[in-house]
Write a protein that binds this ligand. Structure first.
Ligand SMILES: [Zn+2]
Length: 300
């Protein structure tokens, strides 16, 4: 069994870096409380792999949120990946897909209004920092294509991404051109093209079955690469009763009172991990007795 991890490599002339991700046990855990439809899970899986690759660009200790939003079958797919490569993911469907509805465009962008957004959230202990948000329309028909559109718009660093997902394994490969530096010899002009050509030969089967050293050796056997770092990836949901309470406070007392009047209590299930949170009449009343000024509506 492969270990869940992200590995970083550098081309020998430092003109580009290669990131390799493999996410197996974490992916199996992430799917447990999510809708069963295989074609929607495929998109979720590719977005999870993508989030681990993009999290390598996190410049602070916050977290990265990748969101695919649509008005068709899929309402929302969210992956949250933190700086320590712990992650959680969820899907919200408007309805179950029909058998002929497959692929990103059919599931998310039937009306052309689908969006992909990248949010860099500040650390939870520094909520005063402004989050960054970048949004692109869904032009490509794959998660990798949508990501490349986003990178082209926002990053200035030329980036190529390959992703693969099945029911139990995820794999991904990212090739990113490094900015030229004055104090370095100018990179051999054909290294980038050569590295791209080598990565182009990767198959979904390779990404899903090979460990990273084997994969790198297979792709780059004729071009030396420098191994930089390997970091473990793990599933983690950080929902808590406090965060759910904050979300309920943000609804306002009138709405909370209405729900309690209609249902006798409030039951919230975490959409990521499925944990139930129950607030009875007394708990609900207590929510508004001491208002915390920092609470804001967030994913609970
Ligand atoms: Zn949870």
């Amino acid at each position: 069994m492969r270990a869940d991890c992200l590995s970083k490599f550098l081309l020998h002339d430092r003109s580009a870096r290669v990131l390799c991700t493999q996410v197996d046990q974490t992916w199996q855990r992430a799917q447990q409380n999510q809708p069963q439809s295989p074609c929607v899970r495929q998109l979720l899986g590719e977005l999870v792999a993508a989030a681990t690759l993009l999290s390598a660009n996190l410049k602070h200790d916050g977290s990265l949120l990748l969101q695919l939003q649509g008005n068709g079958v899929v309402k929302l797919i969210v992956v949250e990946c933190r700086h320590d490569l712990s992650l959680r993911a969820t899907i919200r469907l408007n309805r179950e897909p029909k058998p002929d509805e497959m692929g990103l465009q059919a599931l998310l962008n039937a009306d052309g209004q689908g969006r992909f957004s990248v949010i860099l959230a500040p650390p939870k202990d520094k909520p005063q920092r402004q989050p960054y948000q970048g949004i692109v329309p869904l032009r490509a028909d794959s998660v990798a294509g949508v990501l490349q559109d986003y990178m082209a718009q926002s990053e200035q660093l030329e980036t190529r991404i390959w992703l693969a997902a099945d029911a139990s394994e995820l794999g991904g490969l990212m090739l990113q051109r490094m900015p030229a530096q004055d104090n370095m010899p100018s990179p051999e002009s054909d290294t980038w093209a050569q590295a791209q050509a080598l990565c182009e030969t990767v198959t979904s089967e390779d990404l899903l079955s090979l460990d990273q050293d084997t994969l790198l050796h297979r792709l780059f056997w004729e071009m030396p690469v420098i191994s930089l770092q390997t970091l473990p990836i793990q599933w983690r949901c950080d929902c808590s009763r406090e965060r759910v309470a904050g979300m309920l406070r943000s609804l306002g007392q009138t709405e909370v009172d209405d729900i309690v009047r209609e249902q006798g209590c409030i039951e919230v299930t975490c959409e990521f991990c499925g944990s139930p949170y129950l607030f009875d009449r007394v708990d609900a009343a207590a929510l508004f007795e001491t208002l915390a000024p920092q609470e804001s509506p967030r994913l609970h």
